[in-house]
Design a binder for this molecule. Structure first.
Ligand SMILES: Nc1nc2c(ncn2[C@@H]2O[C@H](COP(=O)(O)OP(=O)(O)O)[C@@H](O)[C@H]2O)c(=O)[nH]1
Ligand SMILES: [Mg+2]
Length: 411
């Protein structure tokens, strides 16, 4: 199979730009996965949690048969940070998210907080996209974490309290696969006891880890067998050793060689098969249907969607909103009508007053006319009196009286 070209892509500010010296090794994976997943395109996001120096970066390089070229992290970081690197593989994308400074602080109990916040932030981003009126989930880069590889220190003494606290905090948020790191540092007999002790402690503390599903007939046998090997004891290496005519990933010691992909040496191959081949789809599905669903329900309840049925709540909210709009519209209409009435009343009043004023003016003009006519007659009369005799004066006076009365306009 041809190597898949890998283009590292920046997804967030905290991210480092990576140059790959090799290729991401899907060619080391079974064809079935490559054909099925790469053809359809997939998004798979892995979270690695574990103390600095436990071999997280080395294991990722070994799993994907490449060199992600991450520089080793120092042990003196004041806080835990999460660094995500996304690699685009044709139609698919792989994100590796690494905890930096985990367990390095004096107060180790708080180490999980940054991880919880990070996981929630990815759920929140997805939820916000889902809640958009115009959703574009097709183009959306899903950054929700599908699996958490929890690296356990190979002490042989059981889990540390930070391990239990952290896994307990995360078990409702992500599929947890616990793995024993640097398993070459622990003897074969010790390893079996260590595995049972870890499982017992997880059980006693009610930590729910991811179980490979056994309900699908085609994988039930292999999955139930694999469930009994958890936690996988893994070895990683960036070194290659020639064994026979094959070059293999291995760690060399004065007393012998540990081969990463040799199943009698460690559980590396089991982890790779389960993680990237057999159960990748199940982990993606559980992330959405179980962990995200829980987050979504909690958040929607916080937002005020109290009903179980989103549709129902949505309809209720919608009709309440419409009723409110209607009420506002009615109020505005009423106010408009009231204003119109007030304006009309004022106009009517103004009109009546104007009419009254004009009426008075008319009456005054008429009165003035009468007065004018009266004076005119009077003047005329006195003028005649000067020229006429006394008997005639009387006659004229009487006549004028009659004349003025008949000429007076009816008011
Ligand atoms: N013995 C042993 N050493 C390992 C293994 N994996 C990594 N190392 C070594 O542990 C050191 C830290 O590894 P690294 O991958 O940088 O750890 P990280 O800080 O968890 O990313 C390096 O020197 C690795 O060579 C392993 O499986 N077994
Ligand atoms: Mg590292």
């Amino acid at each position: 199979m041809a190597a898949i070209d890998v283009e590292p892509q920046k997804i967030e500010a905290a991210m480092r730009t990576l140059k790959l010296s090799g290729h991401v090794g899907f060619d080391s994976l079974p064809d079935q996965l490559v054909n099925k997943s790469v053809q359809n395109g997939f998004v798979f996001n892995i979270l690695c949690i574990g103390e600095t120096g436990l071999g997280k970066s080395t294991l990722m390089d070994s799993l994907f048969n490449t060199n992600f070229e991450s520089s080793p992290s120092p042990h003196n970081l004041p806080t835990v940070k999460l660094k995500a690197h996304t690699y685009e593989l044709q139609e698919s994308s792989l994100t590796l998210c690494d905890t930096v400074g985990y367990g390095d602080q004096v107060n180790k109990e708080d180490s999980f907080k940054a991880v919880v916040d990070y996981i929630d932030a990815q759920f929140e981003a997805f939820l916000q996209e889902e809640l958009k009126i115009k959703r574009s989930l097709g183009a959306y880069h899903d950054s929700r974490l599908h699996v958490c590889l929890y690296f356990i220190c190979p002490t042989g003494h059981g889990l540390k309290s930070i391990d239990l606290v952290c896994m307990k905090k995360l078990d409702t948020k992500v599929n947890i696969i616990p793995i024993i790191a640097k398993a070459d540092t622990i003897s074969k007999t010790e390893l079996q006891k260590f595995k049972s002790k870890i499982m017992h402690e997880l059980q006693m503390n009610g930590v729910e880890i991811y179980q490979f599903p056994v309900d699908d007939e085609s994988v039930s046998e292999v999955n139930s067998s694999m469930n009994s090997h958890i936690p996988f004891a893994v070895v990683g290496s960036t070194d290659f050793v020639k064994i026979g005519n094959k070059t293999v990933r291995a760690r060399q010691y004065p007393w012998g060689t540990v081969q990463v992909e040799n199943e009698s040496h460690c559980d590396f191959v089991k982890l790779r098969e389960m993680l990237i081949r057999t159960n990748m789809e199940d982990m993606r599905e559980k992330t959405h249907a179980k962990h995200y669903e829980l987050y979504r329900r909690r958040r929607l309840t916080q937002m005020g969607f109290t009903d179980v049925s989103f549709q129902q709540t949505f309809e209720q909210k919608r009709s309440a909103h419409l009723a409110e709009l209607q009420q506002k519209e009615d109020e505005m209409r009423q106010m408009f009508v009231q204003r119109l009435h007030a304006k009309f009343d004022k106009l009517k009043k103004d009109h009546t007053e104007e009419k009254k004023r004009l009426e008075e003016l008319r009456k005054k003009i008429e009165d003035d006319t009468v007065e004018f006519n009266r004076r005119k007659t009077q003047t005329l009369h006195s003028h005649h009196t000067l020229t006429l005799g006394k008997s005639k004066k009387k006659l004229i006076r009487n006549f004028t009286k009659i004349y003025v009365r008949t000429e007076e306009p009816s008011v």
